[in-house]
Design a protein around this ligand. Structure first.
Ligand SMILES: *Cc1c(COP(=O)(O)O)cnc(C)c1O
Length: 353
């Protein structure tokens, strides 16, 4: 740390992303990326001419992609906001929608919520999950503060129904309720249609998981126009050209190929159900997941030990060293071949115990 850093950040704890090792090739089941490539259309869209055009700024209004997304989600273009990854939208929301300096979110959830809350000096209410790791929607009624919920939740994979979400929105009319749907395409149900009915609902999505484009950094929000205008105000006060030209082009092509991605999601769901069964047969406790990962633990091996042994064998999963979930690992669902190797290595590890 230099002597120039604002003292406010001296003790600040930043988010720690999952490992992205460059040293050797791992089977990467640690950051919930898709094992399948972007669609051929999206790949072909990045032509040499598109690269040449990088000398020009990107469209700050992202008109082409916003129009396509509005059609897909059956909303108006003014109800869509695009960002350099959905993390950017979470950041802006914790900044912009917390007049009373308070925020509520699940105690076990996406780690970034706490980081953003700290960044803006918010008082956080971190609401415990139920014993079975599910969220009780009743804990979020009448909170009178900004609320963020990942649905399905991470790293548990558990989800709330749209009607439960609606109860939360209805009882918190004076505050924004942010529903982070990073994993919704893997079996949950999106609540974006409720944005037509409630002006305090902000639905956040991403191209990083179900649309195979984590490296493109493309996130989106769907909400009432006034909320979208607010996000734009922050964007135009920080980084107006927030999305690069290539990502906008690839994103638009991806929306044209939506069926391809939804087919991939179906494949991933099928693989997830199989892996859940096989891990259960190996006496793992596997949380029922609606995401592209499973959260699992075994009495036969500690979470940390399992993570380290898998890493030695060339497989990366995500281990969180926090007390309540340290027995577990979050395992991204890869291709069937990758998961077969994962299961073989898992058996080897357990047999060597
Ligand atoms: C992966 C993830 C994000 C971040 O998505 P980006 O669009 O890649 O920034 C947001 N929320 C949750 C819950 C996630 O798991």
């Amino acid at each position: 740390m230099s002597k120039y850093l604002n003292s406010k950040y001296a003790m600040f704890e930043a988010y720690v992303p999952g490992e992205q090792p460059q040293d050797k090739k791992y089977i990467k089941l640690n950051t919930n990326e898709s094992p399948y490539p972007p669609s051929q259309k999206a790949i072909d869209a990045i032509s040499a001419d598109a690269v040449k055009d990088l000398r020009l700024y990107s469209d700050p209004e992202c008109n082409v992609l916003r129009e396509k997304m509005a059609k897909l989600y059956n909303v108006e273009k003014d109800n869509i906001y695009l960002a350099n990854g959905s993390d950017d939208i979470l950041n802006f929301s914790f900044m912009a929608f917390t007049e009373n300096k308070e925020a509520a979110f699940p105690e076990i959830s996406y780690g970034f919520y706490k980081v953003f809350a700290d960044l803006y000096d918010l008082e956080c209410e971190m609401i415990p999950l139920k014993q079975d790791f599910s969220i009780d929607y009743k804990d979020y009624l009448n909170k009178n503060k900004f609320i963020a919920i990942a649905n399905p939740n991470a790293p548990t994979g558990k989800f709330l129904s749209v009607s439960e979400i609606e109860e939360i929105i209805k009882s918190n009319k004076d505050n924004v309720v942010l529903i982070d749907e990073a994993y919704v395409d893997f079996g949950g149900e999106s609540c974006y249609a409720l944005t037509k009915k409630y002006n305090n609902l902000l639905v956040v999505g991403t191209f990083s998981k179900s649309r195979s484009m984590a490296g493109a950094r493309l996130g989106f929000a769907i909400a009432d126009k006034a909320l979208i205008d607010d996000l734009n105000k922050i964007k135009y006060s920080t980084n107006p050209y927030n999305i690069n030209r290539l990502s906008l082009i690839a994103g638009a092509a991806a929306i044209d190929d939506n069926d391809y991605y939804m087919q991939n999601c179906k494949k991933i769901i099928k693989t997830r159900e199989r892996v859940t069964k096989e891990l259960t047969a190996l006496s793992f406790d596997v949380i029922d997941s609606k995401a592209n990962f499973v959260f699992a633990m075994s009495d036969k091996i500690s979470g940390k030990d399992f993570y380290l042994k898998l890493k030695e064998k060339g497989i990366l999963v995500r281990h969180f060293d926090t007390d309540k979930i340290k027995d577990y690992n979050r395992i991204t669902i890869g291709t069937d071949t990758e998961m077969d190797i994962f299961l073989i290595k898992t058996k080897e590890i357990l047999e060597a115990k």
